[in-house]
Design a protein around this ligand. Structure first.
Ligand code: ADP
Ligand code: MG
Length: 707
């Protein structure tokens, strides 16, 4: 008998969500808290005490003994410090206590989190503050049950030291400007606008036993060596293929764990590369979606262990094979439930939609560099511009229907018709006729309009989706603000507002149409065409980081209170540091594996071969094959040994450059990277020359085909 899973029963069971609050909190307290959540008003301390107490009771019933302020420091992963609920009493016993103060604010010893110099200038301590718009939850691991309170992490003077604070600020900026815009367009009843986000998460699963024999995977999350197996992904037989039983077991477990946490895990399938999979939840409000994605990544890793698997979230675990990304689906929705990116049946008549669309096009064109920056990680450098991911150039795909509307507006000043989605003839009578999506999917576009949302496809699989959404929200708020300024000039005359909106739409589309590209984004021609159009092509993370601190960026972020100049500078510094540290670890791991594993294994095999040549020679057998092989091995070993020497020398130089983080990061990018590849090339050739049983680690084939 199969064990039954009652999804409706387990969904959200570990979340202190609205229905739990409604059921457990006194009515007045619930109402007050709801107001704070929905309108962002300050939480009354007396109310906080009641909420904290009830939250504690609930958590204890679930088996929790500790609570934690769960936050996202700039390292990208989540951080938590557990505190027991206990409070000593006079008679030598303890009470289980949790006050409103403890709920609202925490003071983790945060000195070892990166701050990019912020805390040195301001205050040494960091503070965490409850983000009551993202519900508290219980995290169950085999050895602990902890109440997690999603929090923002700031310095004493309020500088953001995390990824949540700027996200909340950017959501607020967009809310204010979008609501202002809607009011100007006559939608007076709208109270607020939030961004909805759905993040599709790609990942690899490999066998844990094999993983443990790969020091590169252990230390860096990606393979630093490995010859291509005879078969890669060329047959495309993995994509959407039948999911293997072992993987199904993992997915089933993962879904249950995600559902318990209120994560709406919805779609699961095999991806393009062997051993690669994807999970997509149903979209949610921007900050909840971000918290959930962080939790999901963590849960994936934990559940994999239970199945003797390792979950690889790195953007490029295997060279030559597709890497992993995250599609960030983004839209804006009013408090009345209207999606502002819904074009309706006749987009050409939908003035408000067209104005919003034109604003987004302008925002993306004006700040393409920042958007590209927001998808930068050391790992993602291997994907962007490589075959399987969108190039490092930002462009927008609109689809045939909208592109046609834009064309009409730009060339004739007005749009009078919309192309219809045709019926899709399947040729089979028993199948219903499908309505063909008017926006055909273009998988090669980094920023695609997909019906009622934009899908930003550059994001790396390890990243917090806070990064791209902070940028998206802010750049769109920025353009909305300009549009509002224009509309406000004629605000007392609705007819004039309408005409001005139409003019602005045309103008923005005309000025920024260069960013629209519906063709194949992976082609060589596009790179040339983009250059001709003057679109930025920032090839690496190191090239992209400085975009954060241009005068233009600083001005915009400060205008909307998303980042201060000091915060931006600190973030740029941290990113350079992170880049340098990542490549440094990769370089050291390359040296370690090359010197301690590969070279000794090759020498051993070389000796075996030499011995066999000697023995065979004595018996008068022709040894030309053995000698040729020996020669080949010796040549590659020599080349590899030389490359190891160069890498070791340059690595020492790189390390010594730490007085200038940007210069150091550039050196790692320009020199160390090439040095590592020079070690790898002969090593991968050697893998093909040495007997399998003598090679010191599992091959690519073992890792990706035998899961
Ligand atoms: P795919 O892109 O793989 O074809 P879908 O387009 O169905 O899949 O959805 C991908 C993701 O986009 C899901 O997480 C889904 O919840 C999310 N999504 C769908 N509609 C919206 C929307 N209006 N705003 C934000 N995200 C959305
Ligand atoms: Mg998608």
């Amino acid at each position: 008998m199969k064990e039954k899973t009652n999804v409706t029963e387990i969904f959200g069971m570990n979340v202190f969500n609205d229905s739990v609050m409604k059921a457990r909190l006194p009515k007045a307290v619930y109402k007050d808290l709801k107001k704070t959540i929905e309108e962002g008003t300050e939480l009354n301390p007396a109310i906080a005490d009641v909420v904290a107490n009830e939250m504690k009771e609930w958590a204890i019933e679930k088996g929790a003994t500790h609570y934690t302020h769960w936050f996202q420091p700039l390292t990208g992963v989540t951080a938590e410090k557990h505190d027991a609920f206990i409070s000593p009493t006079d008679d030598g016993k303890v009470l289980m206590e949790f006050s409103g103060k403890e709920l609202i604010k925490g003071e983790p010893d945060a000195s070892s989190f990166p701050s990019g110099g912020l805390r040195a200038t301001f205050e040494a301590r960091g503070y965490t503050a409850w983000d009551c718009t993202s519900p508290a939850f219980i995290k169950e691991t085999p050895n602990s049950t902890v109440l997690c309170i999603p929090t923002a992490f700031c310095s004493y003077t309020g500088e953001a030291l995390d990824k949540k604070t700027p996200l909340l600020r950017s959501m607020q900026a967009l809310d204010i400007q979008a609501t202002r815009l809607l009011h100007l367009l006559g939608n007076d009843s709208v109270k607020s606008v939030t961004t909805s986000v759905g993040a599709e998460q790609e990942y690899f699963l490999v066998d844990k036993e094999k993983y443990l024999q790969r020091k590169d995977l252990i230390f860096t999350g990606r393979t630093l060596f490995g010859a291509m197996p005879p078969k890669g992904q060329e047959m495309d037989d993995h994509y959407f293929g039948t999911i293997r039983e072992r993987i199904e077991g993992f997915m089933k477990d993962l879904n249950i764990e995600a559902w318990k946490l209120g994560i709406t895990a919805k779609t699961e399938h095999n991806e393009v590369a062997p051993a690669q999979h994807e999970l997509a939840p149903i979209y949610d409000s921007n900050n909840v979606a971000t918290d959930h994605n962080q939790l999901l990544m963590e849960t994936m890793k934990r559940v994999a262990e239970r199945h003797g698997l390792k979950c690889l979230l790195h953007e490029k675990p295997f060279a030559g094979i597709n890497g992993s990304g995250k599609h960030n689906n983004w839209s804006m929705v009013t408090n009345e439930g209207k999606n502002l990116l819904d074009p309706g049946k006749t987009p050409h008549e939908n003035q408000q939609f067209l104005l919003i669309l034109a604003s987004i096009i302008k925002a993306v064109d004006e700040h393409a560099d920042l958007l590209r920056m927001s998808a930068s990680t050391p790992g993602n450098d291997h994907r962007l511009g490589a075959n399987e991911a969108p190039p490092a150039i930002i462009s927008i795909f609109l689809g045939e229907q909208l592109e046609d509307v834009v064309k009409q507006l730009v060339t004739r000043g007005e749009a009078t018709r919309s192309k219809k989605g045709d019926k899709l003839a399947s040729g089979v009578h028993s199948l219903p006729e499908f309505e063909k999506d008017a926006t055909d999917r273009n998988r090669t576009s980094p920023f695609a309009f997909t019906g009622n949302k934009f899908e930003f496809r550059m994001v790396g699989s390890t990243q917090s989706i806070s990064d791209p959404n902070v940028i998206l929200n802010t750049i769109v708020a920025d353009v909305f603000a300009d549009v509002c300024d224009q509309l406000e000039k004629v605000a007392d005359d609705p007819k004039a507002v309408e005409m001005e909106a139409h003019e602005l739409t045309k103008q923005m589309l005309t000025e920024h149409q260069r960013i629209i590209f519906n063709g194949n984004g992976y082609s060589e021609e596009w790179i040339k065409e983009a250059e001709r159009r003057g679109l930025p092509n920032l090839k690496s993370m190191v090239d992209a980081i400085p975009t954060l601190v241009t005068d233009k960026s600083i001005k915009m972020f400060e205008k909307f209170g998303v980042f201060t100049k000091a915060e931006l500078e600190s973030r740029a510094e941290i990113l350079f540091e992170q880049y340098a540290q990542t490549i440094n670890i990769e370089a050291l791991a390359t040296l370690d594996i090359a010197k301690k594993q590969i070279v000794p294994a090759v020498m051993k095999y070389q000796k075996q071969l030499a011995d066999s040549v000697a023995v065979l020679k004595e018996t008068g057998v022709d040894t030309s094959v053995q000698e040729a092989l020996l020669g080949d091995i010796t040549d590659n070993l020599k080349e590899m040994y030389g490359a190891i020497g160069v890498l070791a020398e340059d690595e020492a130089k790189a390390k010594a450059m730490d007085e200038d983080v940007e210069k150091q990061a550039r050196y790692y990018h320009d020199t160390i990277f090439a040095d590592m590849s020079a070690v790898r090339q002969p090593a991968d050739k050697l893998e093909m020359l040495v007997a399998k049983e003598d090679w010191p680690m599992p091959s690519y084939g073992d890792l990706i085909f035998e899961v």
